[in-house]
Design a protein around this ligand. Sequence first.
Ligand code: MG
Ligand code: ZN
Length: 216
Amino acid sequence: MEKVEILKTKRKVLKKNEEIASENKQFLEKHGIKAIEFLGGPGSGKTYLIRELVKEIQDKYNIAYVGGDLAGKHDAELIGETGIPALQINTGNMCHLEAFHLQDALEKLSLSEKTNLLIIENVGNLICPFQLKLGSHKRIVLVDPSEGVEKFEKYPVAFLNSDIIVISKVDLAPALDVNPEVMVKKGKKANPNAKIVQTSAKTKKGINKLAKILET
Ligand code: MG
Ligand code: ZN
């Protein structure tokens, strides 16, 4: 195939995704549901942070969860333990969620009239999920101290396209000889408009702060 044709096809796919993403957003807004999307590399601590966040705010919000992974249902089971409806999407060989995945999930999830917060966990990946909108209102990207402070410079698109940057697993920072403040500084440089929070799902540090930021 000609290079130009490949480019055209890619644009078409992206355009279709944008259309579905905006349908998703309309659906969510019609039903009074705020959707926040968690992103980050594999093992950056998304699911465990979400679990602690859910525990923190579930008396205030009526929450539902949808998580994307290539296989298995580990994350949905873990989040389901909190008692909220949790659905796992298996993407097979796809390294990201697309808007149609969320559209399917919105049909399958047992959303009640009261549901007002949807938490979406994307596939662990710092690259393509940031180029594909799902229809969420806010994006939160996680980066943990073991990933190296150079992450911010290596994946600029991820940080530029996020509203909140979470430095996760900060309880591990001393053992790794990483100063979380340096990560905060790098995060600010990567996206001066993003809010930055240091968290630990283990010690519960920052969970409360993250919950407050989500209210804004
Ligand atoms: Mg996970
Ligand atoms: Zn991908």
